[in-house]
Design a protein around this ligand. Structure first.
Ligand code: FAD
Length: 380
């Protein structure tokens, strides 16, 4: 089955994509004929749909309202994944957003007429794989599964969740226990009675250490000594400083760094409790992995049943590779949401806008750019 010609294709319907959809609609683009959103998941919620079962609403940093419809009061003890999926679903219905799913975009190609071909696969089912990334089942060899949309402009809002970053350490393939990434983590009960090595110095590592340590033995390793900042995280002060640093990086064409690299970890009452329990005693990064655990160059070893890699994510941009947007620094040179090398392409939820609040702002900015490109006279 084929796609169709539209003005704008939005790839991804998480916070960033929905925000773009809202502003496109408000700017007068017609759903389906003027714009579509293509999303690889089989239901609303973006990455939040896949967050672990034990992540409750009161355990997240904060979910910023989408434009035009507030989340409203919600039971803080409910699963964040459920609350956000319901909220995003209601949002799609409220504004009649034309979300097509599950449609996974595989590649975007330049056309000789200056438009873009967005080549996608209509997947049958999306499922979380226990052993790695989340996968999509596709009707094997079925031509009907390939769909192409042709667009004059593209807004990419694919987030990072589908691209977990696994560093490589010698011996990794010999490990007899289980290795998993934050993206695969579901429930601490899966590790009851085991010894779990948690790798990584970010918020996810600390959160997961906290809950796993209640049912299992844990060892925490990080590359650099983690720095816990005293006092509350304020969006105004620390958030703005972090965003400015990431913004500098992407303007210069460097890959956006991790947010914790610039904001640091926050010393909350929960963190203090973990410290008192001895959970946050951290070891430097190990040098190799053995069949039974991890080892350091000085000869010390820790036996482990599980290695949990809380080592972050990268921007999910592989489908844009045919457009050759990357600068020699490895990143994509950006001016706001616009790709400098190709003004038909906007990246939202990328770099400085990779948070729920940033994604909203980026939605508005991206639509302004799209209007400038497609309707130069109409933009005031
Ligand atoms: P996503 O929510 O990831 O949505 C991207 C969508 O694009 C998904 O639906 C995906 O299926 C789809 N997609 C991806 N690739 C393709 C493709 N090739 N074709 C079609 N569709 C595709 N931010 C906060 O503000 N507050 C928090 O508390 C917070 N907690 C976080 C906790 C963790 C563990 C992590 C990893 C991140 C957290 N963040 C938090 C950052 C968070 O990622 C963003 O806030 C927000 O979820 C990003 O929205 P997004 O729309 O950019 O991406």
């Amino acid at each position: 089955m084929g796609g169709r010609d539209v003005d704008v294709v939005v790839i991804g319907a998480g916070q960033a994509g929905l925000s773009v959809g809202y502003f496109l609609h408000r700017a007068g683009f017609t759903p389906e004929t003027g714009f579509v959103l293509l999303d690889g998941d089989d239901g609303p919620g973006g990455a939040w749909r896949h967050r672990w079962r034990t992540l409750r609403l009161d355990g997240v940093h904060g979910i910023h309202d989408l434009p035009g419809l507030a989340l409203g009061p919600a039971d803080p003890t409910r699963r964040a994944a459920d609350v956000v999926a319901e909220y995003f679903g209601a949002y799609e219905r409220e504004f009649g957003l034309p979300v097509h799913r599950p449609i996974r975009v595989d590649a975007v190609h330049d056309r000789p007429d200056g438009r873009l071909d967005v080549v996608a696969t209509r997947v049958d089912a999306v499922h979380d794989q226990r052993d790695g990334r989340f996968g999509a089942r596709v009707g094997a060899g079925s031509e009907a599964a390939t769909v192409t949309w042709t667009a004059r402009a593209l807004v990419n809002a694919t987030g990072t969740w589908t691209r977990p970053f696994w560093p490589h350490y010698p011996g990794q393939e010999l490990f007899r226990g289980r290795q998993l990434h934050t993206a695969d983590y579901r429930d601490p009960a899966d590790f009851a009675g085991r010894h779990v090595v948690v790798v990584g110095g970010g918020t996810s590592a600390v959160q997961l250490l906290g809950e796993i340590s209640e049912v299992a033995r844990t060892t925490w390793v990080t590359r650099r000594p983690p720095v816990f900042r005293q006092g509350e995280f304020t969006r105004e002060e620390h958030g703005r400083a972090a965003v400015a640093l990431v913004d500098q990086a992407v303007r210069a064409g460097r890959p956006p760094g991790s947010v914790v690299g610039v904001t640091g970890l926050v010393d909350t009452p929960r963190v203090r409790e973990l410290r008192e329990r001895g959970v946050l005693r951290r070891l430097p990064m190990f040098d190799r992995i053995t069949p039974d655990g991890v080892a350091w160059a000085d000869g010390s070893v820790v036996r482990a049943d599980v290695i949990l890699w809380c080592t972050g994510f990268r921007a999910a941009l592989d489908h844009l590779a045919p457009l050759r947007l990357r600068a020699p620094g490895g990143g994509i040179v950006m001016d706001g949401t616009r790709v400098v090398a190709d003004p038909r392409i906007q990246l939202v939820g990328y770099g400085p806008s990779a948070s729920t609040i940033g994604a909203n702002r980026a939605g508005r900015a991206a639509v302004r750019e799209v209007r400038r490109l497609l309707r130069p006279v109409a933009v005031g």
